[in-house]
Design a protein around this ligand. Structure first.
Ligand SMILES: [Ca+2]
Ligand SMILES: [Ca+2]
Ligand SMILES: [Ca+2]
Length: 254
């Protein structure tokens, strides 16, 4: 089978339509139970978040604690630092992946997606819901977004801490206005974020890393989260032209 025509079968998780790569995650497979992050605990030690597709990881990037992270099922009432399996109420099947920072635990989470399309991908559109389940007292909190590739300085084991990733505020998860007496935000706030990265060189076989890093702000921190994540990547116009020629040749040979 022609490699260019085989992309649809290339990935179970990242479905590849003809000439593009699509990946979606709604986090609902976590259910309403806590999810382990085996291997995390020490600063910058990454672990895979259980209950998802194996592509999402989390790490403690700052803080005095050393116990392994747990994606804790919660509605925003929790004020201990860590990562969270959020829903409102906490038994609701519509889950979101979140974080809240403290002195003991400031976390980052992210996803590693490998290009199995057979093409160099050039333009990436990312869409998600930026959510807040718990308000902050003093500062507008953010989960800072950055991206990078396995062909750069980031590896699969350090992309949550690598300085080689490129920060881009378009992908930040930004919380709402602080309130003097903070707590659960019910219903959770949700803002649609959508942006496009252009002039990307995501070569076939290399991995795209996306991360969101928390920060221990002054006062009590917000519980921020991501849901309904979608990524669509398309090849360079040159690749598309080649694809068109290849398709034409394939048809003529029949
Ligand atoms: Ca969800
Ligand atoms: Ca914070
Ligand atoms: Ca704080």
């Amino acid at each position: 089978m022609n490699k260019l025509l085989s992309v649809a079968a290339a990935a179970a998780v990242s479905s590849c339509a003809f000439g593009s790569l699509t990946y979606n995650q709604n986090f609902d497979s976590m259910g309403s139970t806590n999810q382990t992050v085996v291997g995390s605990g020490a600063i910058n030690a990454q672990g895979v978040i259980a209950g998802l597709d194996g592509l999402w990881q989390a790490a403690r990037i700052a803080g005095t604690g050393s116990t392994a992270l747990v994606a804790t099922s919660n509605d925003g009432s929790g004020n201990s630092g860590g990562i969270f399996n959020y829903a409102q109420p906490s038994s609701d099947p519509d889950r979101a992946l979140g974080a809240l920072a403290s002195n003991s635990t400031t976390a980052a989470f992210g996803v590693a997606i490998t290009n199995t399309s057979g093409l160099t991908l050039d333009t990436i559109t990312i869409t998600f819901d930026a959510m807040m389940f718990r308000t902050s007292t003093v500062a507008v909190n953010k989960l800072l977004f950055a991206y990078g590739f396995s062909s750069g300085s980031a590896t699969a084991t350090d992309f949550l801490s690598s300085s080689g990733l490129t920060a881009d505020a378009q992908g930040d998860i930004v919380g709402g206005t602080p309130v003097p007496s903070n707590g659960v935000l019910n219903p959770a706030a949700s803002t649609l974020v959508s942006f496009t990265l252009t002039s990307i060189v995501w070569t076939d076989g290399s991995t795209l890393f996306l991360r969101w890093s928390d920060f221990n702000d002054g006062g009590n921190d917000a519980g921020l989260a991501i849901d309904n994540f979608s990524l669509v990547a398309v090849p360079t116009p040159g690749s598309l032209a080649l694809l068109g020629v290849a398709g034409l040749v394939a048809r003529r040979r029949r």
